[in-house]
Design a protein around this ligand. Structure first.
Ligand code: ZN
Length: 244
C-alpha cells in the first residue's frame, strides 16, 4: 500500500538532507522517483547545508501534482515515489493532489516541510498535510536558541528586528531596494513570543510581569538594543534571496 508521509521540522532541522537521503536510497535500489522543490534559491536542485545536492523538478503553486505524476507514469511506465521538498509552500489543493497520487496511482509520497511560519502559525499546506498524511513525523534536532533553550520557532528579522507581518514567502528578487535585509533564525518559544510582542506592540500579553521573569533573564519584552558582539552569529541565518 502506498502511503503519504509528511515529515516536518524547523529551519535547519535537516529536512533537505533527509530528502536527498531518501532520494538516493530509492534510486540506489533502482526505483523511479520524482524529486520536486519550489522555485527559489535552489534553481532546480535540492541542496542541503551539508553540501549534497540533486536535480529536482521545480513546481509552483499552479502545478497540478497529480497530473505531473500521472504524465510521468504514462511516459516511463511507472513511478515508485514522489519526494517533495519545501512542501509548506504548496497550495492546500496540491496536498490533496498528493493524496490522490497515493490513492489513485499507488505511488508513495514523501513530503517535507516547515511546521510553522515566522508568524508562528501553521503554513496552510502544512495544516492540510497534517490532516491528510498517513504518517506524520517530526524531525527532532537539537537546535538551540541564543539563550540555550531548545529552538522550536522560526523567526524572521528585517534589519535585525523580528517581524511577524509580511508575505509568507519572501523572495529576494521581489523585495526591492527599499526593503531591509531579511534574515532568519531559530528561537525558543519564549524568545520568539517576546520578539513577536515587541513587533506588534502589546497584542501578545506575555511576560509583562516582572515577578514572573526568572532572575538572569533580561527584559526583552520591548524593543531591544543588542550589541552585535553579545549575540552569537545565528547558525541558520540566511540572506535575503532565501525564502522561508
Ligand atoms: Zn530563548
Amino acid at each position: 500500500m502506498a502511503e503519504l508521509r509528511f515529515t516536518f521540522g524547523t529551519m535547519g532541522s535537516g529536512k533537505s538532507t533527509q530528502v536527498l537521503q531518501i532520494h538516493y536510497n530509492l534510486r540506489a535500489r533502482g526505483l523511479s522517483t520524482i524529486l520536486t522543490t519550489q522555485l527559489d534559491r535552489s534553481a532546480g536542485q535540492v541542496s542541503s547545508r551539508l553540501g549534497v545536492s540533486a536535480d529536482a523538478e521545480i513546481v509552483d503553486s499552479s502545478t497540478d501534482l497529480f497530473d505531473l505524476v500521472r504524465q510521468r507514469v504514462a511516459a516511463d511506465g511507472h513511478v515508485d515515489a514522489v519526494i517533495c521538498d519545501e512542501a509548506q509552500f504548496y497550495d492546500p489543493v496540491q496536498c490533496e493532489q498528493l493524496a490522490r497520487v497515493v490513492d489513485d496511482l499507488g505511488v508513495d509520497v514523501y513530503a517535507f516541510g516547515l511546521l510553522t511560519s515566522f508568524q508562528g502559525q501553521l503554513f496552510p499546506a502544512t495544516a492540510r498535510l497534517l490532516e491528510l498524511a498517513d504518517i506524520r513525523t517530526e524531525i527532532q534536532v537539537e537546535a538551540r536558541c541564543w539563550c540555550g533553550e531548545r529552538a522550536t520557532h522560526n523567526a524572521r528579522f528585517v534589519d535585525g528586528h523580528q517581524v511577524v507581518s509580511g508575505q509568507l514567502k519572501v523572495v529576494g528578487d521581489t523585495t526591492g531596494p527599499a526593503a531591509g535585509e531579511v534574515t532568519y533564525d531559530l528561537l525558543c518559544r519564549r524568545h520568539w513570543m517576546e520578539g513577536a510582542k515587541a513587533a506588534t506592540g502589546d497584542q501578545l500579553e506575555l511576560l509583562d510581569d516582572e515577578a514572573a521573569r526568572q532572575p538572569g533573564h533580561p527584559d526583552r519584552s520591548g524593543p531591544v538594543e543588542v550589541h552585535p558582539q553579545s549575540v552569537p552569529t545565528p547558525l541558520h541565518a540566511t540572506r535575503s534571496g532565501a525564502t522561508q
